[in-house]
Design a binder for this molecule. Sequence first.
Ligand code: PNW
Length: 459
Amino acid sequence: MLQFPKDFIWGTSTSAYQIEGAWNKDGKGPSVWDAFCTIPGRTHNGESAQVTCDHYHRYKEDIQLMKAMGLKVYRFSISWSRIMPTGRGKINEEGIKFYSDLVDECLANDIEPWAALNHFDLPLALEFELDGWTNPQVQDLFADYAEVCFQRLGDRIKTWITFNEAWVVAMLCYGLGIFAPGKTSNSLPYQAGHNLLLAHAKAYRVYDEKFRPTQKGKIGITNNCDWREPLTDSQADKDAAQRALEFFFGWMTDPIFFGDYPQSMIERVKERLPRFTPEESALIKGSTDFIGLNHYTTFMAEHVSENLKASMPYSNSGIAEDQDVNLSTRPQWEITDMKWPVVPEGLYKMLKWIDERYDRPIIYITENGCAVPDKVENGQVNDTRRINYLEGYISNCHKAMKEGVDVRGYFVWSFLDNFEWTLGYQMRFGLHYIVPETLERIPKASAKWFKKVIEQNGF
Ligand code: PNW
């Protein structure tokens, strides 16, 4: 058993749309996902999260389950359209009350609440009226919404995450068209990314100036990145892997540390990449207290030649072609239900890359986990594959820490099985199994295993 520092944080993560349900209850406005799921063919079997785990009504039961497995930190997200049904203006007091009660229930059970302000679920009104994240006006609307959250919940929430995975919003929502609102383009993702980054910076400044002095919390961003391993030793493939990381993690992280995008993006994306004014650059530079990393998998990266372009993944919008990188897997790699290879040392390499590029930042691994074909047998779910996955990734985190990488915590995705976006309910990422129909929660073997990890580390 590997020993981690006593104050190393062990937690689990969820997101509002994926677990809450109650999509139109108590004054909540629709989000882009509520609408997207009603379009035939957009999600697996036409599934949506109108009910999903019904956490909105069952949160007390869920917090008892967290307590039973020894969790002391819980990372969730706040639904913007539950707090502001049209994304701006009027506040929905019942929405505030839900999160306020949730936070109180956490604290009453010695669980520290960590909240993300946005996890893919933009209020639908802002998509209809303003074209969502492609419109710079949404930057300030996000900062206004963030201010409401700080004001009403910041007396008790001491760790804030502005965005969960801005890269996914830019790429999957506005480029590849597979996440809501389903747009396909090779320029909208860069505009969306730009507005997301500036919205993050503005929310950070609001917290820093108006709330930090009294509330004394911290605020950061969670970016996601898979590792990219060069396919061969050739310089071209090594450059391709590096470029792929810059277009992935660097895109959403370089501006926050350096005030500008990676040079490789500036050179390749050219006029489709918006640029920061000197004022914007100053606003964004230094706008985080820590980096949240969501990491799941690794792919091999190779420099793409013309004749390979046709076989590139994600090639529908032309957006991936900006990188000239082809991705592939290795035959010996175990593959999860998500078709994501299990490569634990990818996390070690990813952490080292971040450590070096951003000069030893504070890192929290805010998501890591896997979907495997879980089944209930004699009332139990023996998800040995998940335990092996988590063990492998956690030990590679430990290895990076021994070499000085400043990782302060680790969160499993996810606390319980939930709505896996476009792929629906077939993907089970949870430490707790959800029985279809009854929504009964069954702790999996991995939940018991994780409890032991927490205990043995004295957290
Ligand atoms: C993350 N991709 O999403 C999210 O934060 C979670 O909501 C989600 O359930 C989890 O990972 C598992 O998918 C991603 O296609 C969705 O690269 C898609 C991608 C990456 C992350």
